[in-house]
Ligand binder design. Structure first.
Ligand code: PLP
Length: 476
């Protein structure tokens, strides 16, 4: 591709993206294809001869786009937001244009120094106390894995890194404590870091589905009695199912007294702490050793961009650093080399899109957009509460409403009520006007409205409520 074609097709692509974002709501939110449909449209093998970009873009629209589920859609209410924005897309494009690998300071000083400054900006915005140092990771899952590795090496005084699992005897397996509502990435991280599934201790939750500190303490005590080795607590601020908030002010002192690593997973909810009225979310975070939150979920930075903070970067570096001759530079003792702050060596220049977003919107606009999402969730909650055929199933501290259809006079048993809701959700999603997903709370099939896409306005939430009620009426 010469620069003439690049320019031409590049302008065309930017036009396409701008139109797409303007008219995202013309698409079905959830892709309607069947398994294998898209694969059937793609040639079995790579072409021998180069093809024109204009043909490739045409094929994208014809063959690939039908298989896209539209996370940018203003009626996307599934899972959690992965919101996006013009400034972020431009930052991503520029990063791709530069093609930088930000593994070392020297391999692009600007990438490292902008990343450091962006982590400071973000820390200030969410009100992190002084003393945390940040790095961008690809995902919260990776950040949590890094935290578990740090915890493991703290407890074993770096013996696990040196000797592997044999370093554990005679002290017994290392134990991780998190609530029954913690995200699956804790289990995955525990597997990868060599803890093993059975060493994840699931702590009870209270009526709000937040971790119960008394049960945490009891389980740590029981483990010590049994000769096991408590190692790490993972607290969740904003659980995946219901956005429950684990009580850091009570968990923190337990972590300190017991000398356990405290990792805070605030993947979604951390962004909300930019709102002064939501600062309480991170109260007690001063006790934490590490924290992650995802600007790629709810801060208008497109996927991927996770902010990972640690109190003791020297510890993180000691856990991660491997220092082959070919990566050494004569500046190593003057600078930060982010290759030693995570799992990957090669790193993308993600700070650019964060810089674009934070500058382009400014804190006030970001706050206004998050406040609107939270207000819309509160309004949706009130509609559910006011309609006798529907039932609210969890508190709504942020942007996510957990609810179900429970028609007045419904005669069926619990299983039938679950089937009714599952069927409703599937029919709503197949219709393609809105997309929402579910969780299960105490055996109850629960619908979730997660409100947080960039283009979502009140009318989209109203349309969702209409669609749900309409499909429920058709069902009865
Ligand atoms: N932690 C929590 C609380 C989450 O809700 C999620 C996403 O659902 C994750 C972690 C995983 O995020 P990521 O996709 O960035 O690994």
């Amino acid at each position: 591709m010469d620069s003439k074609e690049f320019r031409h097709e590049g302008y065309r692509l930017i036009d396409w993206i701008a139109d797409y974002l303007d008219h995202a709501e013309n698409h079905h939110v959830l892709s309607q294809v069947q398994p294998g449909d898209i694969d059937a449209r793609i040639p079995a093998s790579a072409p021998l001869q180069g093809q024109h970009m204009s043909d490739i873009l045409d094929d994208f629209e014809r063959d690939i786009l039908p298989g896209v589920t539209h996370w940018n859609h203003p009626r996307f209410f599934a899972y959690f937001p992965a919101n996006n924005s013009g400034p972020s897309i431009l930052g991503e494009l520029l990063s791709a244009g530069l093609g930088v690998n930000a593994m070392l300071w020297q391999t692009s000083p600007a990438a490292t120094e902008l990343e450091q400054r962006m982590m400071i900006w973000l820390a200030e915005l969410i009100g992190l106390p002084a003393g945390f140092h940040g790095v961008i990771q690809d995902t919260a899952s990776t950040a949590t894995l890094c935290a578990l590795l740090c915890a493991r090496e703290k407890t074993t005084a770096f013996a696990f890194n040196a000797r592997g699992p044999e370093a554990l005897s005679p002290d017994g397996p290392l134990r991780i404590y998190c609530s029954t509502e913690a995200h699956s990435s804790v289990v995955k991280g525990a597997r990868i870091a060599g803890f093993g599934d059975r060493n994840i201790v699931q702590v009870k939750t209270d009526g709000n589905r937040a971790l119960d500190p008394a049960d945490l303490q009891a389980r740590i005590d029981a483990d010590r009695q049994a000769g096991l080795t408590p190692c790490c607590i993972v607290a969740t601020v904003g659980t995946t199912s219901t956005t429950a908030i684990d009580p850091l002010p009570a968990i923190g002192p337990i972590a300190r007294t017991e000398e356990l690593w405290l990792h805070v997973d605030a993947a979604l909810a951390g962004s909300a702490a930019i709102l002064p009225e939501k600062r309480w979310l991170l109260e007690g975070v001063e006790h934490a050793d590490s924290l992650v939150f995802n600007p790629h979920k709810w801060l208008f930075v497109n996927f991927d961009c996770s902010a990972f903070y640690v109190r003791d970067p020297a510890h993180l570096e000691r856990v991660m650093a491997i220092d082959p001759a070919y990566l050494q530079t004569d500046r190593d003792n003057q600078v930060t080399n982010f290759r030693d702050w995570g799992i990957q060596l090669g790193r993308r220049f993600r700070a650019l899109k964060l810089w674009f977003v934070l500058r382009s919107y400014g804190a006030e606009n970001l706050r206004a957009m998050l406040a609107e999402h939270i207000a819309l969730a509160a309004e949706f909650k009130s509609w559910v509460e006011d309609d006798p055929d529907w039932e609210l199933l969890a508190p709504v501290p942020l942007n996510t409403v957990c609810f179900r259809l429970h028609p007045v006079g419904f005669q069926g048993d619990d299983d039938e009520l679950n089937s009714l809701n599952k069927d409703l959700m599937n029919r709503v999603n197949r219709a393609g006007r809105i997309y929402l997903t579910h969780t299960v709370l105490d055996g109850r099939y629960t619908l979730r409205m997660s409100i947080g896409q960039t283009g979502t306005r009140r009318r989209h939430v109203e349309e969702a409520w209409e669609e749900l009620r309409e499909k429920a009426r058709q069902q009865s």
